[in-house]
Design a binder for this molecule. Structure first.
Ligand SMILES: [Zn+2]
Length: 557
């Protein structure tokens, strides 16, 4: 247990906020755990440190909102740079640059859930970000004597976690929300394909901005878009999506999708909504060459992603897998989403979806698949054996009455599992942080009941699990020295969360927690729930205008 420490007098350092020590102070350095399995006694022992922190000679006081020494600061002996180095929110807008490797940001006095292999947690700890990397994380105050500290954040009353990782989405659907609201998957698809087939570059860009903004302000630091609708003459859709991601400032994977099985071939999409086999493969390869970055701290990656068994030919599945492996990129598709899909596969291919995927080269550690709701024991064993990943999308599965994925069984078997928003035409909220809660609750309605998932496991799905399925677990998904500085500070001291017993439980089971700060690659993109990188009101207006334009065009078709 971390003992409250008597901090030094702050009067000589007016740049610092109430409660923040100028200088390292005699902070307690005993590691604490707020980990799973915590008993009632231990809970009582750590509670004071979760929501209260030492305030020098003033004793314990409720913690004020997060503040930092950035801004009109008076130079302080503990910070090595003056006010000009702090930068303002306005100055940061539009910048795509991470801080230089020499610049340090110190975050202190917050609860920390690292989501490392041992689920290490600190009741009151620190993080040091150096450039775009995490330099240190641990209990108590940051190490003394750090040089080139350009920002020092008192994060009392907050929980720090790894940034959330979204593993399945369709950004373009942002402008077709609220339609076909009482349909199952196949009926919903048939109802919406004719509208989706009319999208153009301007619509896709606005929809991507909306999708990204909504996720980013809710703690997503790594996003993905599975985009598979490429109408003829619609412009550079992939380029517009990647541009929107760069402007928002999130780390991003574009899953370049495709469809070539239309109604005339027994598929679901209308004939005018699909590409040819050769056209889809060539465009996908071009997108990889143009945009994929394989480096450790890549902000943009590309995956090969034919849409689904019922909209893609067997040849496109097979050649798509070959293309991805030749180019060294990952593979993504939808799988085993509904009973209707299972029936379709048996009728058309004479086997279930997982056997079909295996026959076309689509099981492997470089593959992740959305949904996987209808999986037999042998399907789960095949995923575990091949380390094929799963993007679990609980809200979308409920919205489309698809069923409950067997996440506890997958985890027990060793299948990598992350969380996905899915397209917002089947999950209008477009948020990922609420999927932590929904994953826990929906899985408890399944066979494993109260033992299905706990709060720590739900947080792991949304962070490290997501990093695994995107092939980036070595770089993101947990707060560990050397990893990329993708960090979220969740405010836990307000009406919504202040009386919940522990902060991880508060994050997962409580109301959607406000994001006070979100860092991607060391760069702050959210402050007090607002995006610093794009104008939310302008994005909202653009998405509404584009939704109306698409509706008009679709009605005239
Ligand atoms: Zn989907």
């Amino acid at each position: 247990m971390t003992q409250p420490a008597k901090g030094p007098d702050t009067a000589s350092c007016p740049a610092l906020v109430i409660g923040q020590a100028c200088g390292p102070g005699p902070a307690a350095r005993t590691p604490s755990r707020i980990g799973s399995g915590i008993g009632a006694g231990a809970l009582a022992a750590v509670l004071p440190n979760l929501f209260f922190h030492p305030l020098g000679t003033r004793g314990r006081q409720p913690v004020p909102a997060l503040k930092s020494s950035r801004g009109p600061a008076v130079p302080c002996p503990w910070t090595s740079s003056g006010p000009s180095a702090h930068g303002s929110a306005t100055e940061r807008q539009g910048s795509t640059m991470a801080p230089s490797a020499a610049q340090r940001t110190v975050i202190e006095n917050c609860a920390i859930a690292t989501v490392d292999a041992g689920d290490t947690e600190y009741a009151s700890g620190h993080l040091v970000l150096a450039g775009n990397r995490i330099e240190s994380v641990g209990a108590g105050k940051a190490p003394e004597g750090l040089e080139n500290v350009v920002r020092r954040i008192d994060a009392g009353g907050h929980l720090a976690t790894p940034g959330l990782v979204n593993t399945h989405h369709h950004f373009y659907q942002w402008i077709t929300r609220g339609l076909a609201t009482d349909h199952n998957l196949f009926d919903w698809l048939v109802a919406l394909y004719p509208t989706w087939a009319r999208i153009d570059e301007q619509m896709t860009y606005a929809a991507a901005q909306g999708s990204l903004a909504m996720m980013a302000r809710g703690g997503v630091t790594t996003a993905m878009d599975h985009h598979y609708v490429f109408p003829h003459g619609s412009g550079d859709l992939s380029g517009s999506i990647i541009r929107a991601a760069a402007e928002t400032g999130v780390r991003f994977t574009l899953a370049r999708g495709s469809m070539d099985r239309s109604e005339k071939d027994g598929g679901l999409p209308p004939d005018f909504a699909v590409e040819t086999l050769d056209g889809a493969l060539a465009a996908t390869e071009e997108t990889v060459h143009q945009h994929h970055d394989a480096s450790f701290d890549a902000m943009t990656q590309v995956a090969v992603a034919p849409c689904s068994p019922f909209s893609v030919s067997t040849e496109l599945m097979r050649q798509g897998a070959e293309l991805a492996r030749r180019l060294g990129v990952r593979l993504h598709t939808h799988g085993s989403e509904t009973v209707e899909e299972e029936k379709f596969c048996h009728e058309l291919f004479g086997m279930g979806p997982t056997d079909y995927f295996e026959s076309t080269g689509w099981l492997g550690e470089d593959v992740w698949m959305a949904h996987c709701v209808h999986m037999t024991d042998s399907d789960i064993a095949a995923f575990a054996r091949t380390k094929t990943g799963v993007a679990h999308c609980p809200s979308s599965n409920a919205r489309l009455a698809a069923g409950i994925a067997r996440v506890p069984d997958m985890l027990a078997a060793g299948v990598p599992v992350g969380l996905g928003v899915d397209g917002t035409a089947s999950n209008e909220s477009g948020e990922l942080h609420t999927e932590l809660r929904n994953a826990l609750l929906i899985n408890r309605l399944g066979a494993h009941r109260e033992a299905a998932l706990n709060a720590r496991q739900a947080l792991r799905l949304g962070t490290y699990g997501g990093a695994q399925v995107l092939g980036r677990a070595g770089q993101i998904g947990s707060l560990e020295p050397g990893k990329l500085a993708d960090v979220v500070l969740w405010r836990m001291d307000t009406l919504a969360h202040a009386s919940i017993a522990d902060p991880v439980t508060a994050l997962v089971l409580g109301a959607a927690a406000p994001v006070t700060a979100s860092f991607v690659n060391g760069r702050q993109i959210v402050e007090n729930g607002r995006l610093l990188t794009v104008d939310e009101e302008a994005v909202a207006a653009a998405t509404r205008a584009e939704a109306q334009r698409l509706a008009r065009i679709a009605a005239q078709a």
